[in-house]
Design a protein around this ligand. Sequence first.
Ligand code: GRG
Length: 287
Amino acid sequence: MVQSRVERALERVLPAADHTPQRLHQAMRYAVLGGGKRVRPMLAFAAGELVAAPPERLDAVACALELIHAYSLVHDDLPCMDDDVLRRGRPTAHVEFDEATALLVGDGLQSLAFETLAAGRLADDPAHQVEMVHALALASGSRGMAGGQAIDLAAVGASLTLPELEFMHILKTGALIRASVALGARCGSPLGRAEAERLDRYAKCIGLAFQVVDDVLDAEAPTATLGKTAGKDAAQGKPTYVSLLGVPRAKALAQELRGDAHAALEGFGARGARLADLADFIVTRAF
Ligand code: GRG
């Protein structure tokens, strides 16, 4: 099972808790291990299945993605950002440890992600591996996730149009999800151009669907189910798919994106079955 495999790989990649500086390494392990849906690793493994990628390569890619994701959550929860006390059903990293440690956890996890991606042979052609490092850097930096977060912070209390909201989420949430699929697919036999484009179309659709569903869950699901504080978007006056469209239309949009994602997979046949299942999971998930 991918989740337990990735859990073991993350255990190996993270510095041991008794490795100096112990408190930082304990906090890094706290932030990464024992929680989370591991959606990005699952996407990388599913994309790897399309190209018969060796599982050990996918382990490294999955870890790099999850380390970036975990760093983003730790920083997002900080008082200077979303200021939250609950994540994955537990106190956030800065509450459990302290703010300075949480900041360093993010820094450490981000560097560890790139170390993991650069350390072993992950593609037959070394140039492809450099492209993978490049893709993850773009997806997580100021023209990707961090940029989307900057737009998000600036949008609190403001009103965004639907295209502006979509642009923000394509960066904040979508870029790393798109990279998850792209990196997984880079670990095996290269796809043709048309196939790679279809896969990327799938990834864009589910990246957006993920965020639409996240907005609906924030509005509808209880804190106990989510493992994070529910109802924060409305409380903070954040523009969301729910605030712009209302819950029924946001749900319909998620279903439409699921349909588009499935359509993009046509032609991959059984090789794309796991990706199709993940599109369904992303749209129907309860947390
Ligand atoms: C601080 C650079 C920086 C970026 C933060 C990802 C992010 C950007 C903020 C998280 C806030 C948020 C609720 C984003 C919406 C979508 C999202 C990424 C939700 C959390 O991801 P899940 O549901 O979390 O995959 P788990 O805990 O399951 O891994």
